[in-house]
Each structure stands twice: as structure tokens, then as C-alpha cells.
Design a protein around this ligand. Structure first.
Ligand code: ADP
Ligand code: MG
Length: 458
């Protein structure tokens, strides 16, 4: 096992994991040494090491074997990447004076800084983790640890109410607690624009620039808001670059992947993609149930008499769709009602009290819609999609349709099988598993899935 072999393997991995995953996960690892059948790699952070180990170790081993390396095992050790170990420019001043703005800050570090108030409830403690948000959560935790900036920016995206603002705020709280001296600015892209326009009007652009370029951590929520707003985008771009050059952490959220943003300048899109881009997937049943249980725990601390009949939370998790905000709203109403009537919340009361919410969320994606969209997307006939042919160009879209049926509807596997020309539930399960596997490796497929999902849920 040598550096050359690793070079070869990297090329092969680029093919098999896709450009995007390659840049995010494979590029940062460096071959270090080979000893007793174990290949050691350096990774910049534990997080990257764990992720690569969990998701790509098998593939890396396979490629190493194909390239002729007799490697039994691979290990990842955290060590700073070489370039960051290079000597830093020497500090010329004998004793660097504290940064001027720090002295005017209050204990909370908020004085004179732009940005909104942070919601005290949006902490990591209160964030429930499940497969749909696992990666976004892990990346946020990593950024919240502070230390050398490893991915810049962190870009979180996903649909409404999936926890983007919650995670960003949690990062801010955690950073503030660990390093009170940091100048952290959290604001929505809308507030950014508002401040910018105000500065223009009041001829205070110098102040504006200085202010935003002197922060240690900049968080901009809902960046899609500045799409199509040219001069704001321009200013945002310069602020962004100035901070990245100073190795300051930037965290951005948006409602879709940077590449998919409409009316966003190319140079901004590509800047946004340079760091780590992670998405929050729509919640699944287990995650919704977990969130409800956690919220009920919080409510019972305030009101120990709160009683909820068994099955109610499950019912809500089942019937109320992806948006966690809607789910929370429903729960708040139930709890208020329970306090009012002073007895256990039954299933009947639930249905009564939430009739309107439940009706709205009845509009669900159907199996038929999924089949239709998928066949349109891949340009094949619906009858082919459902029929018996095993040609790859039909079989793969069919598996994609099965996967979407499982994730977007509440149909069981046998039910889905019936609607796919009477296929057995094991065939459906196999198809779903296949797509789940490919999703991590094939970026084109992942993109197709995402597009289809969004168009179906729109
Ligand atoms: P977004 O910014 O993505 O639209 P928010 O972060 O505002 O969504 O989340 C909406 C609401 O749902 C918030 O009250 C938030 O606390 C809650 N929420 C979302 N995801 C979770 C989660 N995984 N665990 C706990 N609460 C969550
Ligand atoms: Mg938000």
C-alpha cells in the first residue's frame, strides 16, 4: 500500500461515490501509513472520520483490494490536515491588543451586534434526532464545538418546519456558552437585506461593512430570500468572502440546495457549495413520535397532572405530516384543552379538538400520483412502470417509485406491492433497500429523488 495506490483508489472512488460526496468526504482524508495490514488515514475531524468509516469504509477497502493492496483493515485518526499545520504568519505586535469591539460587548455578547434574538427553547437538548436529520444534527454539533474551521460554510437546507432555525440557534447557544468572547451574529437573510438597505439610505455603508466583517461567526437563515435581489446578493457575496478569508465560520440555511436556487448568482451558488451541504429530510413517523414524546415531557414538567390516553401521540405522529411546527401547534392546543377540562386527553377529544388540522393533512400524496410523476420524469409509460419488464431503464425508476411510496405515503409494503402489478412485498422491500443504498453513492439518483419528492409534496 503506497501513496500511488491511494491516488488510484481516490480516482475510482470519485466514480463510485459521485463528485459531491467525493469532495465532501473523500478529499479531506489523507493516507498516512501502512502497518501490519492496517492502512492508517488522517482525517481533519472525528466527525468526518466516523462518517467515512460508517458509510464508505467498505467501498474504500474494496477499491484498495482491486488496486492490489493487501489491506485487512483501515483506520482513521484525527489529525490536522497538513495545510493547517503549516506555520502561521508571525504575530508582529508583541502583545496583540484585544479586538476593539469586544470591550463594548455585554455579557451576552449581543451589544452593538446586529441580528435577532435567539429563541431560548432552540437548544441541542431539545432537538430530537432521527435518521432524517441525523447528518444535519451531527454537522451542527461539530460546528458548535468551535475550534479550527473545517467546513465553511455549513449549509443546511430542507422544507419548512424541519428544524433549520432550531439547529442554527442551537449552534449559537452552544458556541456562546463555550466561548463567550466570540462575536456571533445570527440573522435572517431578510434582516440582512433590511440592514443593508438602511445603511445605503443613511450613507453608512462603511459601518455596515465593518460590522459584518468583524464577526467571528455569521449565521444567515433562509438565504433564499435574497434570490433575485441583486445588490443585496452582491454585498452578501463580499461579506461572505471576507469572512471565509479570515477563516471565520459561516452557517447558512435555505429552503433548497444551493444549486437549485433560482435567481441566485452562480458565483454565490458555488460559494455556498464549497463547505458542507447537508439536508434535513422530511420527518418520518418515528421521528415525529419522538418529538411529540419529548414535547410532552417538557409539558409534564410544568404540569404534572397532564394525562394523555395511550395511542394519542401515535395517532398524531401518523396523521400530521412532515412539518414539525404544525405538529407542535397541535400539541399545544391539546395541552391547553387538557388544562381547561382537567382530565385525560382521549382519542375522541383529540379528534374533536384538532379536526381542522387533521382535515388539512389528509391531503396526502397517493401511490398513483407517484407512479405518474415517476414515469413522466423518466419518460416511460405508466403501464411499463407497473408491468413485468425487467429492463434496467424501467426497473430502476420502478424501484424509485416504490421507495417514494414507502417514504411519502402510509401504505404498507403489501399494499404497495398490489399497486405495482401484484408484486410480492419482499420485492418492494428489496427495491426500497436498493434505492436507499444507491442514494448515498449516486448523486444523480439522489438529485432525481429529491426533485420528485419536492414536486410531489408541493
Ligand atoms: P425551519 O427553520 O426548518 O422552518 P424550525 O427550526 O423553525 O424549522 O422548526 C419548527 C419547529 O419545530 C420549532 O419549534 C422546532 O423547535 C421544532 N422542531 C423541528 N425539528 C425538531 C426536532 N428534530 N426536535 C425537536 N423539535 C423540532
Ligand atoms: Mg426557519
Amino acid at each position: 500500500m503506497t501513496n500511488e495506490i491511494w491516488g488510484e483508489v481516490q480516482e475510482a472512488l470519485k466514480q463510485s461515490v459521485g463528485e459531491h460526496n467525493y469532495k465532501t468526504w473523500i478529499c479531506p482524508i489523507e493516507f498516512d501509513a501502512f502497518e501490519d495490514g492496517v492502512a492508517h488515514f488522517c482525517v481533519p475531524t472525528n466527525f468526518i472520520g466516523n462518517w467515512v468509516n460508517r458509510n464508505y469504509a467498505d467501498q474504500i477497502l474494496q477499491h484498495l483490494h482491486s488496486a492490489g493492496a493487501e489491506v485487512r483493515r483501515i483506520e482513521f485518526d484525527v489529525r490536522l490536515a497538513r495545510q493547517t499545520r503549516a506555520p502561521r504568519p508571525a504575530v508582529i505586535e508583541p502583545a496583540p491588543a484585544p479586538a476593539a469591539p469586544a470591550s463594548v460587548q455585554t455579557e451576552t455578547g449581543e451589544a452593538d451586534l446586529p441580528g435577532g434574538k435567539l429563541d431560548p427553547r432552540f437548544t441541542f437538548d431539545r432537538f430530537v434526532v432521527g435518521p432524517p436529520n441525523e447528518l444535519a444534527h451531527a454537522a451542527s454539533r461539530r460546528v458548535a464545538e468551535g475550534g479550527p474551521v473545517t467546513f465553511n460554510p455549513l449549509f443546511l437546507y430542507g422544507g419548512v418546519g424541519l428544524g433549520k432555525t432550531h439547529l442554527m440557534t442551537a449552534i449559537a447557544w452552544e458556541l456562546r456558552q463555550r466561548s463567550p468572547e466570540l462575536r456571533i451574529v445570527y440573522l435572517s437573510a431578510e434582516q440582512f437585506m433590511y440592514r443593508f438597505v438602511q445603511a445605503l439610505r443613511e450613507k453608512e455603508m462603511m459601518n455596515f461593512k465593518q460590522l459584518f466583517r468583524s464577526v467571528d461567526v455569521l449565521m444567515v437563515d433562509d438565504v433564499q430570500f435574497i434570490a433575485g435581489k441583486d445588490s443585496t446578493q452582491d454585498e452578501f457575496f463580499h461579506t461572505f468572502n471576507a469572512l471565509v478569508d479570515q477563516r471565520k465560520q459561516i452557517i447558512i440555511s435555505g429552503d433548497r440546495a444551493p444549486g437549485e436556487m433560482k435567481d441566485m448568482e452562480e458565483r454565490i451558488k458555488s460559494r455556498l457549495q464549497c463547505g458542507l451541504v447537508v439536508d434535513l429530510h422530511p420527518t418520518d413517523y418515528e421521528l415525529r413520535l419522538g418529538i411529540l414524546q419529548k414535547k410532552i415531557e417538557n409539558h409534564t414538567q410544568e404540569n404534572p397532572d397532564l394525562r394523555i390516553a395511550s395511542g394519542v401521540l401515535e395517532f398524531l405522529a401518523h396523521r400530521i405530516s412532515n412539518n414539525v411546527r404544525v405538529l407542535e401547534g397541535a400539541l399545544v392546543r391539546l395541552v391547553a384543552m387538557a388544562n381547561l377540562v382537567g382530565r385525560e386527553i382521549t382519542m375522541e377529544m383529540t379528534q374533536d379538538c384538532l379536526a381542522d388540522v387533521l382535515r388539512v393533512s389528509e391531503r396526502k400524496v397517493t401511490v398513483e400520483e407517484i407512479q405518474r410523476r415517476v414515469s413522466e420524469h423518466y419518460n416511460i409509460r405508466l403501464s411499463e412502470l407497473i408491468g413485468p419488464t425487467r429492463v434496467r431503464t424501467v426497473a430502476r425508476p420502478r424501484q424509485i417509485a416504490m421507495y417514494l411510496c414507502k417514504t411519502l405515503t402510509t401504505r404498507s409494503l403489501p399494499e404497495i406491492g398490489r399497486r405495482f402489478g401484484g408484486r410480492d412485498h419482499t420485492t418492494i422491500m428489496h427495491g426500497i433497500k436498493k434505492i436507499d443504498e444507491l442514494r448515498g453513492k449516486d448523486s444523480q439518483l439522489a438529485e432525481d429523488l429529491e426533485l420528485l419528492r419536492r414536486s410531489l409534496e408541493a
